[in-house]
Design a protein around this ligand. Structure first.
Ligand code: RIB
Length: 310
């Protein structure tokens, strides 16, 4: 594959409204927070920006509202060098927003109001089919209608483009989508919701990953937060150790993992090495507040990797 891989992301764009609080509030409670940070988010957008920051050629297929947040979102993609030909605007729905609370223990709580993201239709995805077929990898999540994600995966599959499904937030999935997924990369909670199995121990995680595999994807990468990741396919299982850091804000860490995984795979790394590199990028991203603002650029990511490898 290419040193500057072509990646297409079909997914969401949000504006993140992040409040730093001492602890997550109780029902009915009013509490003082420490800080507020507004920035660009949305799982699709985050994964696209992460890939662009590492040097990939990225095309984004998304829908925002025809409002100030939508205009800013477009500018942000342009500033990151992302191809915005397929950034659509909806005349009725507002841009997606995500109020987020992050406590002193670096635990977060995210609410998504998807707005225009839910107006990204299969017909929009069809319009963007050349962005998908020209890419070496397609990444999708579940913050846009599942039928639009399915359309994107059908187009990718017919063109031999590698598909990565990040099933976040978890939702019931058609079997066809799983069958069209080369890689599915859920976290523990999403895995529990998708399989109905609890994921407490590493052994539980393997069982749940195998249950997912039976529904059709070629490979499962179960991200385990501070415990690293579990790579499971039809013939093997491997636990990949985490990289320990002092976490400040985990928001977007999963997106940073997915976006960078796509880049390293696109650059030709084999899966296990790509996961290790992506783990390091995600670890670095949790050390500062913010979503995309906490994502390292290529120089920072490479320098960190040299310090933590082995
Ligand atoms: O994964 C983090 C993201 O989830 C945030 O940026 C928020 O917008 C939601 O989509």
């Amino acid at each position: 594959m290419s040193p500057s891989p072509k990646i297409c992301v079909v997914g969401s764009s949000n504006i993140d409204l992040i409040s730093k609080v001492p602890r997550l509030p109780k029902l009915g409670e009013t509490m003082m927070g420490h800080a507020f940070h507004m920035g660009y988010g949305g799982k699709g957008a985050n994964q696209a920006v992460m890939a662009a920051k590492l040097g990939a050629q990225v095309a984004m297929v998304t829908k925002s509202g025809n409002d100030v947040f939508g205009a800013d979102t477009l500018k942000n993609y342009q500033a990151q060098g992302i191809d915005t030909t397929w950034v659509f605007f909806d005349e009725k729905a507002a841009s997606g927003v995500a109020p987020i609370f992050v406590d002193d223990n670096a635990q977060n709580f995210i609410v998504i109001i998807p707005g225009a993201n839910m107006a990204l239709s299969p017909a929009d995805v069809q319009k963007a089919s050349s962005a998908i077929t020209n890419a070496s990898l397609l990444i999708c999540q579940l913050e846009v209608p599942v039928e639009s994600t399915l359309e994107a995966f059908r187009i990718a599959n017919a063109a031999g483009v590698t598909t990565i499904l990040n099933p976040a937030p978890a939702a019931p999935l058609p079997d066809e989508l799983l069958q069209l997924s080369d890689i599915i990369a859920p976290n523990e909670t999403e895995t529990e919701q998708l399989t109905g199995l609890s994921v407490t121990t590493i052994e539980d995680a393997e069982k749940a990953a195998r249950a997912l595999l039976q529904r059709g994807p070629r490979t499962v990468i179960l991200t385990l937060g501070e415990r690293g990741a579990l790579l499971v396919d039809a013939t093997s299982v491997e636990h990949i150790a985490p990289i320990k850091v002092k976490a400040v804000d985990p928001t977007g860490a999963g997106d940073s993992f997915i976006g960078s995984l796509a880049v390293f795979l696109g650059e030709g790394l084999e899966l296990r090495s790509a996961i290790r590199r992506a783990n390091a990028v995600a670890a670095l991203s949790v050390t500062t507040i913010g979503t995309q603002t906490s994502f390292p650029n290529r120089g920072e990511a490479d320098e960190f990797w040299e310090r933590v490898r082995d």
